[in-house]
Design a protein around this ligand. Sequence first.
Ligand SMILES: [Zn+2]
Length: 254
Amino acid sequence: MKNDKCKTTRVGKRGTLFSFRELEGLETCVYLIEGPRHAFVIDTFLGPKSMDIVKKRLARALRDKPAVVVNTHFHWDHVWGNCAFPGSPVVAHESCRAKIGRVGEKELKAHGSMQQGNVKLVLPNCTFTDRLVYEDDEVELFRSPGHSPDSISVHDRRDRVLLVGDNVEEPLPYLYSTDLAAYERTLESYLSLGAQRIIAGHCARVTRGTIKGNLAYVRAFRNGGTGKYDKGQFRQTHRQNLRVMELLRKKRNT
Ligand SMILES: [Zn+2]
């Protein structure tokens, strides 16, 4: 299935990848896992209109199997479609709920022109701190701080597909957390998990090389040796990271 705005791909035995392009041409991924008990919708992109294609798949192929919506982290381009699934639990890290509660309305005002359909903020209503496993579905959600402190990852243990949210990006990740030691541990854990397919929020096919490159960058940033990232394809993201980290550090010290 393919249309101008969303490319749909089957992954493994029970996954569907929806790859959107509405966000300034940047690829953004929504992923559906069809478990025996639940259908998991991981991230909800820019609003209810974006979720129409996902809901069609739920209704037709899955006969409206109960949906569990998952938010990998609080950023607006991952949560605005939560309102398209009334009655479904929205699962996230507890600090994701708190963060959307604090900044959600402000972000909606600031980026409202990007919304797809009429966005009403829906906060995660089922939260966890460390790990949550849907045993019968063989789907594991685990805390993986990095890109942001509230980031979680999803492991489809049956298909061995790992969803890493925005913790991995090509060529460099965007930093919104000062805990870089935690970020390193998260990236290392991805490398040791043995997943067959890794999908990031903005990259449909993540390689181990990309993760290693991201890890090298986070390490360099932590140790203050980022000179080589101040040029070429890295420069723009790196400069933004310097600005954001400076702001976060100032905030922490006030
Ligand atoms: Zn993000």
